[in-house]
Design a binder for this molecule. Structure first.
Ligand SMILES: Nc1ncnc2c1ncn2[C@@H]1O[C@H](COP(=O)(O)OP(=O)(O)O)[C@@H](O)[C@H]1O
Ligand SMILES: [Mg+2]
Length: 481
């Protein structure tokens, strides 16, 4: 019999434990204490269960893993590491059940795989207090949904009922766009349908190589992650060490090589320069999008804001989204809209073309000089590759979520069904593509047609805004240039 062990939860694991949400997921690198945290969390909740009429704290738990082999080789091993049979209760091999008996705690912990339809049927007929989905990225959504219907059934109401019920999950990062990635990120499962967001409390651990890494203090080898990355592929390291979602297999990202989030995304909010024009790249149609950009005196392009809407006509978009953002964020700037050339002919919500509507609202608006996808996409390829004076030409404000996701991976060539490595020759239309196109119209203009002096605003007293001291600024305190 081993010495009693003291458990101190790593930072993110302890945050995970403190949540009372009915569905919780902890996601992070390998070896970060996730599974151990779940074992201890079950133990804790068993102790927190109020005693029933017989004086015992009764609860029933399912521990679910996708295969029996993994259940035996990893899940159960972790469990027995912390709760050895004979000390805190007894293990019944034929039932794959641990009967936890400490003080007045009486809990049943059932270990269940999902190999066969019969296995699944057995899990989904249980009456439970809670469940732990170990490596949940391997477990189908249907199991989760059905398990939620098995909670609040033990102990029964006449025996006092459960004090708390819920499902806890731990996992290495799932594939981008998968059910679990959307669940963790609170992204709708059905595009554009906020009702399809799965209610879930999520906890993401830092990279194993970051100074804040969880569980480092408990690893026998302090160089664990440093040694682990040797000889591994970039994708593997990103997932298992850095804790990032693995790239979706459904397509090939357009900007994945050119865009570097560590260089092109500002760590702090960007501040627009008050006296330089704002270029608004715009895509029309029923999914309108606008991207606010500004070329600084030194040639750097700040991507400051984005707005994107579903199912909204041009007039409502201007009144409810475009004008408020301009009034609040760019009150003194000259605004120049560069739009999808198709907007010249395309009918908006009424009989007018989009450009005519924009002009009616007082905007300076013109069509981009081409809608050729190669030129459009190429504009950002070119801009991302430029590093004047060693610093990136393009700097994106961290609030531009859609753009950053799009640049990273969501703007992509779709995989042709049934093929191994064949992709469509145009990026697919999705929740990111409209914002990406809006940005591309703006960037094509800035790279090829833009001259700030064309847009100097004449003040009422006839003085030019620029007609003051020569333009010289100290380095921007936010970006350092
Ligand atoms: N709080 C803790 N105190 C001591 N050791 C821990 C603690 N949490 C985890 N460990 C140990 O760290 C290692 C990795 O933990 P584990 O829970 O298996 O990580 P993960 O499931 O994230 O891969 C195991 O050897 C485990 O016993
Ligand atoms: Mg684990």
């Amino acid at each position: 019999v081993s010495e009693p062990k003291v458990y101190n939860a790593p930072k993110v694991v302890s945050q995970f434990m403190r949540s009372d949400a009915g569905l919780r997921v902890i996601c992070g690198p390998i070896g970060s204490g996730k599974s151990t945290g779940c074992v201890i969390e079950i133990l804790r909740r068993c102790q927190q269960q109020a005693p029933g009429p017989d004086g015992f704290r009764r609860s029933r738990w399912a521990v679910v893993r996708n295969t029996a082999a993994q259940l035996r080789d990893t899940t159960l091993k972790t469990f027995f590491d912390w709760i050895p049979p004979g000390v805190a209760g007894r293990w019944k091999e034929s039932d794959k059940t641990f009967f936890l008996e400490i003080g007045d705690v009486r809990a049943e912990i059932l270990f269940r795989p999902l190999d066969s339809p019969d296995d699944i049927q057995r899990v989904l007929s249980l009456e439970l207090t809670g469940a732990w989905l170990n490596e949940c990225r391997e477990i189908p959504r249907e199991i989760l949904d059905a398990l939620q219907g098995r909670l609040w059934r033990y102990p029964s109401k006449i025996n006092g009922g459960p004090s708390w019920c819920g499902i806890i999950c731990d996992t290495n990062p799932p594939e981008e766009d998968s059910f679990w990635a959307k669940c963790i990120e609170h992204i709708p499962q059905i595009e554009g349908d906020v009702d399809s967001i799965v209610p879930c409390d999520s906890f993401k651990q830092p990279s194993g190589l970051s100074p804040e890494a969880d569980n480092i203090e408990n690893l026998a080898n302090p160089r664990y992650y440093i040694d682990l990355v040797k000889g591994k592929s970039e994708d593997w390291i990103n997932t298992y060490v850095h804790g990032l979602y693995s790239p979706s297999q459904a397509g090939k990202p357009v900007y994945t090589k050119a865009f570097r989030s560590d260089r092109h995304v500002s760590r702090v909010h960007l501040v627009p320069t008050g006296d330089l024009p704002i270029i608004v790249g715009m895509d029309f149609g029923l999914t309108p999008a606008a991207v606010f950009m500004q070329m600084q005196d030194n040639g750097r392009v700040y991507i400051l804001r984005e707005i994107a809407e579903f199912d909204m006509g041009i007039k409502r978009f201007i009144e409810h989204r475009l004008r408020p953002v301009i009034k609040n964020t760019f009150p003194t700037n000259q605004i120049v809209v560069i739009g999808d050339p198709a907007g010249v002919s395309r009918v908006g919500t009424d009989e007018n073309t989009c450009f005519r509507v924009l002009k009616e609202y007082g905007f300076t608006a013109k069509p981009a000089y081409t809608n050729d996808p190669v030129t459009r996409i190429g504009s950002f390829m070119e801009a991302f590759s430029k590093y004047p004076d060693g610093d990136p030409m393009v700097v994106v404000d961290p609030r531009c979520q859609k753009l950053i996701e799009g640049f990273r991976s969501k703007y992509r060539y779709a995989k042709i069904k049934g093929s191994m490595e064949k992709f469509t020759d145009r990026p697919e239309k999705n929740a990111w593509s409209h914002t990406m196109e809006a940005a591309q119209y703006g960037m094509m203009f800035l790279l090829n047609k833009y001259d700030a002096s064309d847009y100097i605003r004449v003040m009422q007293n006839e003085h030019f805004l620029f007609d003051t001291a020569p333009v010289h600024r100290p380095a921007d305190s936010h970006t350092g240039y």
